[in-house]
Design a protein around this ligand. Sequence first.
Ligand code: MG
Length: 165
Amino acid sequence: MTQELPIRIGHGYDLHRLTEGRKLILGGVEIPFHLGLLGHSDADCLTHALADAIFGAMALPDIGHYFPDTEEINKNIDSRLILKRALLEAENNGYQVGNIDLTVIAEEPKLSPHIDEIKASLSQTISIQSNRIGLKVTTNEKIGAVGRLEGIAAFAVCTLVLKKT
Ligand code: MG
């Protein structure tokens, strides 16, 4: 890293299709629901959006570069490992996570009862206090693919702070 900015900001977005016969995992938490997210990994779109925000803050390639869906070894991988890889890249470049702000868009199931658990899970994975994690859940007002329950989407913004040496 040539430029040692004191703070870097990153943004991430992800969407996965809802389907039968899969688990619904968001932020590393399994949410009870009759549909789950389809993907090569565990398809945790919230964790993917966050990992991409961290990679983006570092101006690094996206998660598909580090975890190609063509590789068998990444099949059904726990997305927290993807997030940890993003954190490692940040760490190796001298940065740590400042705060993160997340939005999940899901028509169903109702996610508000799971906010604290998801925040606790991410807090543990990232090793930051949960008061540095914002998490909003909203619906798509029955509009579009997400509104028709075809998928769940997530947005993430994070800051990375240069570690003091
Ligand atoms: Mg994804």
